[in-house]
Write a protein that binds this ligand. Structure first.
Ligand SMILES: Nc1ncnc2c1ncn2[C@@H]1O[C@H](COP(=O)(O)OP(=O)(O)OP(=O)(O)O)[C@@H](O)[C@H]1O
Length: 442
């Protein structure tokens, strides 16, 4: 049975130019439970997970798995299974071909490919090209990849995206089973409702900061709940509640007992032999609590401390001339999964010279953590950093291209990029649907 390991984020921060995507995030995910990693779009979930998986170097802080950084793991694929973007599988390759390549690279038996495809319910589609898979099937393939090395730790970014209700139900059961086997399962989502029935523990991130860490049932204070109760014999019910020491207020139809659970109220009524016609818990819906936490309306004691009120509003800020670091999806390892060989030489590229299982790596060559010290304080721009988006060369090129259509005088001079783009589009249309390059059939 694979060993689950503690995932530990210790004050991890990532700045992209002037944008602080993750800000001093400190949290843990334990073995044996499914931990939900929740936050709204842009909260910093993917960046946090990419730092954990050695795909992005933190600006400061540390993320470890069983006390080791991903790059230090001797057998990464057998220690951590991860899937970040299901959409980046090569459309021209079959599901089985993808997994076979990874299995070979990690020195795993070919039979494991069939095993994991069976585990995720893709055995029948194993020989089909991924370009013909539905999003839900690609999610399952991502999960199969993650399970390839039978790892004790699973890190899954939005695994329920694209699944139909049946698929979501299957995923819930499957993740629960993996956790019960002793694995550490960290699952991100931007919807509480999506993971509510799956997770035992929660980490909630908002604007790069931890705003809650704990069990699902700790999200709201029990004192916020009340039980509404009624009986055909209200006098007897009132006496039963008083006898049990349960304070209550009178409603038009029944009573409300603040801070008392349904079990206690029901037990009080049962002890007095009072029949009930209504027994209902009332309180803030968990989704409401979640939204209040991410909006900062509600502050939980487990949230990262914010030293000054200014610090909260400065979490997302853009320096006008900051160069925004961009990482293209196709710079990532295949399937946007951590490379079986955690190459420290690059944020995203793999190094074919060193195979899986190569010894622990030193920090040399990893995108060096950049110090915050001495950075000038940039003016906060609130929650809409894209409004101060710094245009890249590609943006300027695109602007020039479209401007040529607007400007009649320049209409004779078509930019050199247009024919190239046209050629590429034609080539794409000839390739598999959804493909951007001709695929092989390995
Ligand atoms: N390579 C990058 N260069 C510049 N900014 C980036 C980069 N990657 C992420 N960001 C920014 O960092 C912030 C956090 O993004 P991230 O993708 O981690 O959030 P998320 O919680 O995963 O969001 P979603 O649920 O939408 O995927 C966003 O403001 C995003 O625009």
């Amino acid at each position: 049975m694979p060993d689950g390991q503690v995932i530990d984020f210790a004050g991890i921060t990532k700045r992209f130019g002037g944008i602080t995507a993750v800000d001093g995030f400190t949290a843990r995910a334990a073995p044996g439970v499914v931990t939900g990693f929740l936050g709204p779009n842009g909260a910093g979930k993917t960046t946090t997970l990419r730092m954990l998986l050695g795909l992005v170097a933190p600006t400061s802080g540390r993320a470890t798995i069983g006390g080791q950084r991903y790059a230090q793991l001797k057998h990464p694929l057998r220690t951590v299974g991860a899937t970040l973007e299901a959409s980046s599988f090569h459309p021209g390759r079959t599901g089985a071909a993808h997994l076979t390549i990874y299995a070979q690279a990690a020195g795993l038996a070919r039979t494991r490919v069939d095993e994991v495809l069976g585990l995720v319910g893709l055995a029948d589609a194993a020989g089909r090209k991924v370009g013909g898979y539905s999003l839900g099937m690609r999610q399952r393939l991502g999960l199969a990849y993650a399970l390839l090395g039978d790892p004790g730790v699973l890190v899954l970014d939005e695994p329920a995206n694209g699944l139909d209700p049946e698929g979501i139900r299957w995923m819930r059961g499957f993740l629960g089973q993996l956790a019960r086997e002793g694995r550490t399962v960290l699952v991100s989502s931007h919807l509480l409702a999506e993971v509510q029935q799956t997770v035992d523990a929660l980490l909630i991130i908002s604007r790069g900061r931890l705003v809650f860490q704990g069990a699902l049932n700790e999200l709201a204070d029990p004192g916020e709940y009340a039980t509404v109760v009624d009986s055909p014999d209200r006098a007897a019910l009132a006496a039963a509640l008083a006898e049990a020491g349960i304070g209550h207020d009178v409603l038009r139809s029944g009573f409300i007992a603040h801070g008392a659970g349904t079990a206690d109220v029901g037990a009080a009524a049962a002890a007095a032999g009072v029949a009930l016609s209504l027994l209902q818990r009332r309180g803030p819906a968990l989704e409401e609590v979640f939204l209040e936490l991410v909006d900062g309306i509600r502050v939980h004691e487990t949230a990262s401390p914010v030293s000054t009120p200014e610090a909260t509003s400065a979490v997302m800020h853009v320096a006008p001339d900051a160069e925004v670091e961009t990482e293209r999806a196709d710079d990532l390892p295949p399937a946007s999964t951590p490379d079986p060989d955690p190459d420290p030489d690059s944020d995203s590229d793999s190094d074919s010279d060193s195979g899986p299982g190569s010894g622990p790596d030193s920090d040399s060559g990893v995108e060096e953590p950049t110090s915050d010290a001495g950075e000038p304080e940039e003016p906060p721009v609130g929650d809409r950093p894209w409004e101060d988006y710094v245009k890249t060369d590609a943006d300027h090129e695109a602007d020039a291209f479209f401007a040529s259509y607007d400007d009649e005088a320049d209409s004779a001079q078509q930019p050199a990029t247009a024919p190239a783009d046209e050629e590429r589009r034609e080539a794409d249309e000839e390739a598999e649907p959804g493909s951007t390059e001709a695929g092989d059939d390995r």
